[in-house]
Design a protein around this ligand. Structure first.
Ligand code: AMP
Ligand code: MG
Length: 335
């Protein structure tokens, strides 16, 4: 193990510390997920969870094999986008570590980190990224020194939509994995029948909307449709909208790689749809391991490493958080 970069993720529900070495070898993250007892994620409560978990996670990092604070050459942290109170905890921990170790700080764009961890893990070179997470749903491609947003959700993120549907039916956060399980259960039990559970299809050009689909899916359950069947239909409809926009982005840009990222990219059916679409157009689809799809500190470390190797660091004075940072706000100077 050579020189190390530590990455700190704290944009929303997860506080996580991860490490990468100067050659780009990834080390697993130490993470803690905030699970609200009821309702959605309250930013203040998630931030309290992060500040309560930080020292425990740092202890785990300190005692992990091969890790040595003397080898750390920079501290990277998520500077945005995300929930202000949560981002502030990660940034404070990053500033303390950077100051006490006497090493540079690197503020990174969380959305761009999802792309770079995927490129590191899969070896794809110039992909269209379908970024499907709790708060974000975007189709992104690199062009002219930035990762450009070619299409995105006009309302809520696909993960938030799945979590909300789940919560209303008694399934705790995160709801996506349980919706996937129920959809699989439906397919094992019955001959699939879409007719009674047709939902609206929310694609407008390169953009997508999820609230109408959500409202309609909730209505189907209250009208008596089996929950498993609606879970299946919800996945089929919403994943198809994302794959459609991703395919159009590939057609417009001429790119031949599709990379999935974000927590919803853990989903087996989304991965299958992505493979089918890509094979039909002689393209290749990629996704990182599940641990690197969900928010994690290692991806922040990996983007920090790429920036640091370009000589990019962040002064304390510029280390304020930016909850509204956009994917295309960040200059991409690394290969
Ligand atoms: P992130 O914000 O990138 O950490 O992703 C968290 C989101 O991913 C939550 O909304 C989860 O419900 C969702 N998620 C995690 N696993 C799955 C899955 N297997 N299928 C669908 N959504 C998932
Ligand atoms: Mg994310």
């Amino acid at each position: 193990m050579g020189r190390l970069i530590v990455g700190i993720e704290s944009t929303a529900h997860t506080l996580s510390f991860g490490v990468v070495d100067s050659d780009g070898t990834l080390f697993p993250s130490h993470s803690s997920l905030f699970r609200p007892e009821e309702g959605g994620i309250h930013p203040r409560e998630a931030a309290d969870h992060h500040s309560d978990s930080a020292s425990n996670l740092l202890d785990m990092l300190s005692s992990s094999t091969d890790f040595n604070w003397d080898s750390v050459e920079a501290i990277a942290f998520s500077q945005g986008p995300g929930l202000g109170p949560c981002l502030r905890i990660g940034a404070s921990v990053a500033r303390s570590l950077s100051t006490s170790l006497g090493v540079p700080l690197i503020g990174v764009n969380h959305c761009v980190a999802h792309i770079e961890i995927g490129r590191n893990q899969t070896g794809c070179i110039d992909p269209v990224l379908l970024y499907v997470s709790g708060g974000n749903t975007q189709v992104i491609a690199r062009s002219d020194g930035r990762y450009r947003v070619l299409g995105e959700t006009l309302d809520i993120g696909i993960g938030n939509m799945l979590d909300k549907f789940a919560r209303l039916h008694g399934i705790p956060f995160p709801g996506g994995p349980e919706i996937e399980r129920l959809a699989d259960e439906y397919l094992q039990k019955a001959e699939p029948d879409m007719d009674p559970v047709q939902l609206p299809y929310g694609v407008q050009g390169m953009d997508i909307a999820f609230s109408g689909i959500l409202t309609s899916a909730i209505q189907k359950v209250s009208d008596g449709a089996p929950l498993e069947q609606v879970c299946w239909s919800l996945q089929e409809h919403t994943f198809a909208t994302c794959i459609e926009v991703a395919e159009r982005a590939m057609a417009h840009t001429g790119k031949t790689e599709l990379l999935l990222g974000g927590g919803v990219a853990c989903n087996g059916r989304l991965r299958e749809m992505s493979s089918i679409m890509c094979s039909e157009r002689d393209a290749v689809s990629y996704w990182p391991e599940k641990a690197y799809c969900i928010d994690n500190g290692t991806m922040i470390a990996e983007l920090g490493r790429r920036m640091y190797q370009q000589g990019i660091t962040t002064s304390l004075g510029d280390s304020g958080i930016n909850p509204l940072l956009r994917t295309d706000n960040t200059d991409v100077t690394w290969p």
